[in-house]
Write a protein that binds this ligand. Structure first.
Ligand SMILES: Cc1ncc(COP(=O)(O)O)c(C=O)c1O
Length: 405
């Protein structure tokens, strides 16, 4: 029998230290808050969410319906069917000039899941992974969950780019990998093929694995041409794992299909983890993703053009607000304006001391949801997703202008 005095209820926790050391995804927290307010009848404009507002194209939905009707509803191979793997192999050849075999591809439940499996596969305790701030919120916590250490580095300037010099500065004997995300979330940073080549030279020389998160590949604007890190020179493919998926390019966030392409031993390790955790990604979604990758690509170009118009509009409107300066990003569907001039000012009796204060104030007063830069590791900025209609952008920025007068 346990004696009463040995039980201290305050300190009993069944939660592991590993889980206690991470935070929930801040962007999902803000998205949930905005959606809850909306449900209560508050007219919130949600600039917090990172998903296309377009519906999934009809031909893709039809492929899923056919899968259900044809009884394609059972377990399938853990790392994906040969059909989806071949669709990915063809896509990587067609769009990125990269050649992979079936054993070098794994399909997971979203690119996030592929990244999770990858970190679990490569990280030993205290291994370091280089992450450039501002970073996508999940990288750092996924690295911590795998027992590693995110080495967060701040860029030299507002271009927010990793340079070979920065990489050299933070390299240690424990450096295992580096993440390149182009176009990036949250700042829409893109890298030219020359910039990527220069970074790769350092990584190859120091035997660092490069994780190339290409999820926003299709959303690039103006004259910018996307290059995947793995494609910058033939000898570096062994040093790169490409991460991609159908969420952003085909408006398929809820379908949860992502994939990784890389060295056979890493993909095989990821499959082992997936076989002991989630097994295959949804068979129905896999059929839909085959159609997305093999079918007409007109929808991708249609959405890209719409996003470009919205980017131009939101950048112009934000720059017209006193105290805000906004770079025009070449890719993704986010803008990341600098709001440092607003800090210390008081609006409607509320003093704005941090980017978090500003995000709270804008939600309370203007009823617009944005994500503070601190959630991405950089203070003094906020992130707007422009994956919402021009009308919503107009109304939201009009409200913001009034709230900041
Ligand atoms: C940079 C980045 N990588 C990966 C993902 C994950 O995408 P999914 O899991 O929907 O494929 C996201 C989603 O927001 C992202 O912004």
């Amino acid at each position: 029998m346990v004696r009463e005095e040995t039980i201290n209820h305050e300190f009993i926790s069944f939660i592991s230290k590993r889980v206690q050391s991470i935070k929930p995804s801040q962007t999902l927290v803000i998205d949930a808050k905005a959606k809850a307010l909306k449900q209560q009848g508050v007219d919130v404009i949600n600039f917090g969410v990172g998903e296309p507002d377009f519906d999934t194209p009809g031909n893709i939905k039809k492929a899923a319906i056919n899968a259900i009707n044809d009884g394609f509803t059972k377990y399938c191979p853990v790392a994906g069917t040969p059909e989806i793997k071949n669709a990915i192999i063809n896509k990587l050849k067609r769009d990125n000039n990269l050649s992979y075999t079936l054993e070098e591809i794994i399909v997971s439940s979203g690119a996030k899941h592929s990244l999770y499996n990858l970190f679990q596969s490569i990280i030993n305790d205290d291994d370091e992974v280089i992450v450039l701030a501002p970073y996508w919120v999940s990288y750092t916590d996924m690295i911590i969950l795998a027992g590693g250490k995110p080495i967060i580095i701040q860029a030299y300037d507002e271009n927010f780019k990793i340079t070979p010099k920065i990489v050299e500065r933070v390299l240690t004997s424990k450096t295992k990998a580096i993440i390149i995300n182009s176009p990036s979330n949250p700042a829409g940073v893109t890298y030219s093929s020359e910039e990527l080549k220069a970074i790769m030279q350092i990584c190859v020389k120091n035997k660092i694995l490069v994780i190339s998160d290409d999820i926003y590949e299709k959303l690039v604007y103006g004259n910018f041409k996307f290059t995947s890190v793995a494609a910058v020179s033939p000898e570096i493919k062994e040093n790169v794992v490409v991460i991609n998926g159908v969420s952003k390019a085909y408006a398929m966030t809820g379908w949860r299909i992502g994939y990784a392409a890389g060295p056979k031993n890493i993909i095989s390790a990821m499959s082992k983890i997936q076989s002991q955790s989630t097994s295959n990604a949804s068979s129905i979604s896999i059929k839909a993703a085959v159609e997305a990758l093999n079918g007409t690509q007109e929808c991708v170009e249609f959405m890209r053009k719409e996003f470009e118009k919205r980017r131009d509009y939101i950048v112009e409107r934000l720059n017209a607000i006193e105290g805000i300066s906004c770079r025009k990003p070449d890719g993704a569907f986010y803008v990341f304006p600098n709001i440092k001039t607003l800090l210390g000012k008081t609006f409607n009796g509320k003093t704005i001391s941090t980017d978090i204060d500003l995000a709270d104030y804008l939600l309370d007063v203007a009823k617009i949801a944005v994500v503070p830069g601190s959630a991405f590791g950089v203070e003094g900025y906020v992130r707007f997703s422009y994956a919402t209609s021009i009308e919503n952008i107009k109304t939201g920025i009009d409200r913001m202008e009034i709230a900041l007068k």
